[in-house]
Design a protein around this ligand. Structure first.
Ligand code: MN
Ligand code: MN
Length: 470
């Protein structure tokens, strides 16, 4: 082999070259990534709403020795505890043995995903069709929700104060539901409207049933709302609810299919709700992998990120900081010092470069499929508006942890400058004097009913979080 020229040597020494998993990883490491993904999809299929995700995660936590903690309970070094925030959010904490004033290592993801929520008076009948009226939740592209199989998931608080869970459309043999669309033959007017306004929010009505109530004499009941009556009877038989119970309910319409391997080589996972459960799951497995380390670590699975993180289950709520306060009090630390020395990975997905839509990304700075976990120094839009822009020092700190653990990571940016943008929970944590940076899995077709991620990027995210907690 000819000797390298000086320029070739310098090039290797001085330049950054991004590589993908297939260039770097051994076949054994690649197999580990695929094995890890199977655990993720099994948990994901049980987690179609934030409430279901809390339940599935508590199952995992309890299997790994975590016990329930309530605000105000005594806490001591070595405890493995979780706080269930009203069934919609979760805080899993591994209390370390080192001084609490060294800070808490936080991984903050969200477990709500874009979907269609039922309105408070959702049930109606129109021309022989029984429908649910919806109000979409989070940033959806409305056209993507028509003509796909849908499921109904949620909870109803009945007049007597008891709760009943609703879940139809995901078990074998279940019916599914659907929003109809026009046939191309008659879509001339709709086709001429811009994509963003071709479908309306008030048009996202879900077909529930099409048959009327039949009286005991075999005749159709003589009423204008006979299909609605039929639906209400079926819901009453199955769940014991009446129409007024919809007023105190949280029922969502979500895609009916489960996660699936995508591609002949099975390196992608297609599913509803990767954003952001694909970062929540590795934050839990990172805790389990570091069961006996000295650090105090916390996985936060928050709700309401997709609508702005407001409210009692969102990251703008003070609960995270109340918990840190409790830890400080119980373990003999000053809460302000604990927060100042705490570090947070805002664990949220980022936009993956899509060769089918190269025009929206700036390729040098966007995350690339199979090139590892994405790290976004900043997010926001319109000149970094609304961003937590992590400092060079904190990027350097996290970078060193990842490099020392040989984690495959890359920088990420949510699209070209002025193409759009977005935010995460990062700023709500950083605003409380906790160093924070966005780190997460690159996603294709983000916010679609069927999003794609790489099994290799998922596994590197687990490895990154595990290195952070070590
Ligand atoms: Mn997200
Ligand atoms: Mn999102």
């Amino acid at each position: 082999m000819a000797d390298k020229t000086k320029g070739q040597t310098l090039r290797e020494e001085l330049f950054y070259v991004k590589k993908n998993a297939f260039e770097i990883k051994t076949s054994e490491e690649l197999a580990q990534a695929k094995e890890y993904a199977a655990g993720y999809t099994a948990w994901l299929d049980k987690s179609k709403t934030e409430r279901e995700c809390v339940n599935a995660s508590i199952e995992l936590l309890e299997a790994n020795g975590y016990t329930e903690y309530k605000l105000g309970d005594a806490v001591k070094a070595g405890d493995k505890i979780y706080l269930n925030n009203r069934g919609k959010g979760l805080f899993a904490i591994k209390v370390g043995t080192e001084n609490i004033e060294n800070g808490v290592y936080i991984m903050a993801s969200h477990i709500d995903s874009p979907r269609l929520d039922l309105k408070q008076h959702p049930l109606y009948e129109n021309d022989g069709f029984g429908y649910f009226k919806t109000h979409y939740y989070g940033g959806i592209r409305k056209y993507q929700w028509a003509t796909i199989p849908l499921a109904i998931h949620g909870v109803v608080t009945k007049a007597d104060g008891t709760n009943v869970d609703i879940r139809i459309g995901d078990e074998p043999g279940d019916p599914v539901f659907c929003i109809t669309d026009l046939l191309p033959h008659l879509a001339k007017d709709q086709n001429s409207r811009p994509l963003g306004s071709a479908f309306t929010g008030e048009g996202l009505n879900v077909v529930l049933a099409t048959s009327p109530f039949i009286e005991e004499d075999g005749k159709v009941t003589p009423a204008s709302d006979k299909v609605k009556l039929n639906v209400m009877i079926m819901l009453n038989e199955k769940y014991g609810i009446t129409e007024s119970d919809f007023m105190s309910a949280e029922i969502s319409i979500v895609p009916a299919q489960n996660a699936a391997d995508v591609g002949m080589d099975r390196w992608l996972i297609g599913s509803y709700g990767h954003d952001d459960r694909v970062c929540a799951y590795p934050s839990l497995t990172a805790l389990f992998e570091n069961a006996d380390t000295e650090k105090t670590c916390m996985a936060v699975l928050a709700d309401k990120e997709e609508t702005g993180s407001d409210g009692i289950s969102g990251m703008q709520c003070c609960l995270l900081f109340d918990i840190i306060d409790e830890l400080a009090k119980n373990l003999g630390g000053n809460t302000n010092v604990v927060r100042m020395n705490s570090k947070c990975l805002s664990a949220d997905v980022t936009a993956c470069f899509d060769p089918n839509y190269p025009e929206v990304s700036e390729k040098r700075n966007t995350s690339i499929l199979h090139c590892g976990v994405g790290m976004s120094k900043y997010t926001g839009s319109g000149g970094k508006g609304g961003t937590n822009d992590a400092s060079a020092e904190f990027v350097g700190y996290v970078r060193k942890i990842f490099d020392d653990a040989k984690v495959m990571w890359q920088t990420a940016e949510l699209g070209k400058v002025d193409q759009g943008g977005g935010g995460t929970v990062a700023k709500y944590i950083a605003n409380h004097n906790i160093q924070t940076i966005d780190v997460g899995v690159p996603v294709l077709s983000m916010h679609a009913p069927f999003e794609l991620i790489s099994k290799s990027d998922l596994y590197e995210t687990h490895r990154a979080f595990a290195a952070f907690c070590k």
